[in-house]
Each structure stands twice: as structure tokens, then as C-alpha cells.
Write a protein that binds this ligand. Structure first.
Ligand SMILES: [Zn+2]
Length: 184
């Protein structure tokens, strides 16, 4: 899935809480956006392994959410949103494709790494590859609750993210030809 899809899913997950408690909407949005993006920072290490925790992540998220429920400071709320959305990101990578640049000619069977069992989870390919038409459709659907609940900079970020997603999805299949060999 695209990074933007992960961010929109995260914003949609925290949107009901932001709707019920608007005073927490800034820490919720900030935590969700960073949590949606952060796991993919492992692109420079071992992608889908170093910063992806599809199994242990749920325990970390549960603790962070528990702390935020007991002592709901803005920082605790942001941290809980971050941990929960980072876990959703890692877990949902399993329903997408592999991390390969060129899934048409070069498929891998490594969706995301399960640190508990010490092996790779295979890609389900419900979303065939990042930037697939179904990826753009899901990104759009999940952006709706974010646009309805949040305002200000979050709305601006969502609109920029949506526009970027559409352009990326449009050129995705051509990117393979444009990307130099060493970067793939
Ligand atoms: Zn990822």
C-alpha cells in the first residue's frame, strides 16, 4: 500500500475519537500521521522488517492506549495514536503485495516480517501492489472520515496526500521503466 493509504487508514481509525473529543484532535492527527509513515523509514535498513512489528506491535499499542485512557495528556494520546497506527500499518502490509518495485516480472513472497515467529508473512495481494487502482480507491475511501472530522492543517495535508496518491497511481506502472537499476 502507498504511504498515504497507511496515513488515511490511521486518520480514519482515530477520527471517531477526535469527533467525540475535539480538544484531542491535534495530538490524535499528529500521532496517526507519524504512525502511518514511520514503519516505512526502514526502507534504508531492511524494509518491512526493521521498523515493522505486525505481531508484537499490538501489545505495544495496547499498553500505549491503556496509558492514554488512564492519563489522557496530549502527549500520551499522540503516543497511543502513533503506536496503534504503526501497528495497523505493519499488520495491513500482509494484505498487500511484496515490497518489490516491479511486481509484474519480479515477485517476492515477503510481505512483512514476523519477529515473534522469526519468519516472513506472505503477501495476500488483496491490494496487488502499492499504487494499484484498488490502492487509490481505498486511500480515497479512508480519506473521507479524515476530511469530515479534522480541519486546518490536517485537511490540507489530506488533500495534498490524495493528489499525490492519484498521480502516483497513474504513473505507477511506468515507474519501473523510469527507475535506474541501482535504485530498485
Ligand atoms: Zn510498510
Amino acid at each position: 500500500m502507498m504511504a498515504t493509504t497507511h496515513v488515511f487508514v490511521g486518520l480514519a481509525a482515530v477520527a471517531p475519537i477526535a469527533y467525540a473529543a475535539p480538544e484531542l484532535s491535534t495530538p490524535l492527527a499528529a500521532g496517526a500521521i507519524l504512525g502511518g509513515l514511520a514503519p516505512d523509514l526502514d526502507l534504508v535498513f531492511e524494509h518491512r522488517r526493521t521498523c515493522h512489528f505486525p505481531v508484537v506491535g499490538v501489545a505495544v499499542a495496547a499498553v500505549a492506549v491503556g496509558v492514554a485512557l488512564v492519563a489522557p495528556s496530549p502527549f500520551a494520546v499522540a503516543l497511543a495514536a502513533f503506536a496503534a497506527v504503526a501497528w495497523i500499518h505493519a499488520a495491513s502490509d500482509a494484505i498487500g503485495g511484496g515490497p518489490e518495485m516491479d511486481p509484474w516480472n519480479d515477485r517476492t513472497e515477503r510481505a512483512v516480517y514476523d519477529h515473534v515467529r522469526g519468519r516472513w508473512i506472505r503477501p495476500r495481494r488483496w491490494i496487488r501492489y502499492d499504487g494499484a487502482p484498488e490502492d487509490a480507491a481505498i486511500a480515497t475511501a479512508f480519506a473521507v472520515p479524515a476530511l469530515l472530522v479534522f480541519d486546518g492543517w490536517v485537511t490540507a495535508a489530506v488533500i495534498v496526500g490524495l493528489a499525490t496518491s492519484f498521480v502516483y497511481a497513474l504513473v505507477r506502472r511506468r515507474l519501473v521503466a523510469w527507475t535506474p537499476e541501482w535504485l530498485e
